[in-house]
Design a protein around this ligand. Structure first.
Ligand code: MEV
Length: 365
């Protein structure tokens, strides 16, 4: 068996404004998706027949990484609620990419991959030998897994499943873990990772080292369990800006607040982070992406929190509270009718948890 897992994410600052090039910040949360693979006589997913339309993310990865591989039994489990703004599909894509890459292995020629993520040619599938007698030139098992590659794959797959529109915020956060900042330019003082481009939009992706006092605070996530598709919320904001160009000030102010939030995060000023989160929420509310259900949970959480806001596209889905009293905040949200999850900030990224490939050659029928 091969098993990999990846975390979900919460956006601390900058949702919606990131679509217009403003900075956005997301952290990986403790809740994860786990994908395990086992060789099987036919394709199965959670014991059922694999129907590609029902599993577009797994299907897209299968085409990219397993085009000529033998049938697999795929098992998916996790504690990230689906379609609630917490990155469940990106986490699934990253974990599945990690598990498939681990099972497939990678050949290196010098410092270069002998085949890349987009190789669809079945002749590119590495066929062994699995015993490496040539130094580092053949990577199998978790040595072959590269977090950048899994982030690229997950972004491509998310875009495919969302009709071409997806920022790399979810895919990069769920792959690298920790804290990820996106911007339209390279930000001084942050660790620049790479540039991602899609449909004429470019994002500079950075990681941020958070100070140790983030251990004193928790995120309490309150789920309204109201589903509001991201695409609808994004187009709602686009229409608002078209009809009221003045509202672009709100978008720019979200960018200013996000930068203040990043400075507070980096310097360990958690009170400052909370204040910036609450300010960010008020601006999102002015853009019309909050909802009565979100406001209800936010009001309940506010008295015991450093900061509160909706997270993700809004209209439903989840809110987050940054708090030093997770039990009190969680109880307040539950009393107001929300379902809660508690997470630390900046959880670990992609992890390959079980790799038994030395004795399992997936191409050896
Ligand atoms: C959704 O999680 C975040 C949005 O900013 C959309 C996006 O960044 O693609 C609303």
């Amino acid at each position: 068996m091969v098993q990999a897992s990846a975390p979900g994410k919460c956006i601390l600052f900058g949702e919606h404004a990131v679509v217009f090039g403003q900075p956005a910040v997301a952290v990986a949360i403790d809740q994860r998706m786990t994908v395990s693979l086992e060789k099987n006589s036919e394709w199965r997913i959670d014991g059922m027949k694999f129907i590609s339309k029902r599993h577009p993310h797994v299907e897209a990865l299968k085409q990219r990484l397993w085009a000529s591989g033998p049938p697999l039994s795929v098992k998916i489990k996790g504690d990230i609620p689906p379609a609630s703004g917490l990155g469940s599909s990106a986490a699934l894509s990253v974990a599945a990419a990690g598990a498939l890459r681990c099972a497939r292995g990678r050949q290196l020629i010098g410092q270069d991959w002998a085949e890349g993520f987009s190789a669809r040619n079945p002749n590119n599938v590495y066929q062994g030998p699995w015993e490496n007698s040539a130094g580092d030139s053949i990577l199998i098992g978790n040595k072959s897994v590269d977090v950048d590659e899994c982030a690229i794959l997950a972004h491509a797959v998310e875009a495919h499943a969302q009709g071409g529109r997806a920022s790399p915020l979810d895919s990069s956060t769920c792959s690298h873990g920790g804290c990820i900042v996106l911007s339209d330019k390279v930000e001084r003082g942050l660790d620049w990772l790479y540039t991602r481009k899609l449909n004429g939009v470019a994002w500079e992706v950075h990681s941020v080292d958070l100070p140790s006092n983030i251990d004193d605070v928790w995120l309490v996530i309150g789920n309204t369990e109201v589903h509001a598709p991201t695409a609808d919320q994004v187009s709602k904001v686009a229409t608002l800006l078209k009809e009221n160009p003045d509202k672009m000030k709100e978008i720019e102010t979200i960018g200013i607040v996000a930068r203040r939030g990043i400075d507070a995060l980096v310097s360990g000023d958690m009170d400052g982070v909370g204040i910036a989160m609450t300010e960010n929420h008020l601006l999102l509310r002015n853009l019309g992406v909050s909802s009565p259900e979100l406001e209800n949970l936010i009001s309940a959480a506010a008295p015991s929190s450093l900061g509160v806001k909706l997270t993700g596209a809004g209209g439903g889905g989840c809110m987050i509270a940054l708090t030093r009293n997770p039990k009190e905040t969680s109880e307040a949200i539950e009393l107001a009718g929300g379902k809660t999850l508690i997470s630390r900030l900046a959880s670990k990224g992609l992890a390959v948890e079980d790799t038994n490939l030395q004795i399992w050659n997936p191409f050896d029928n």
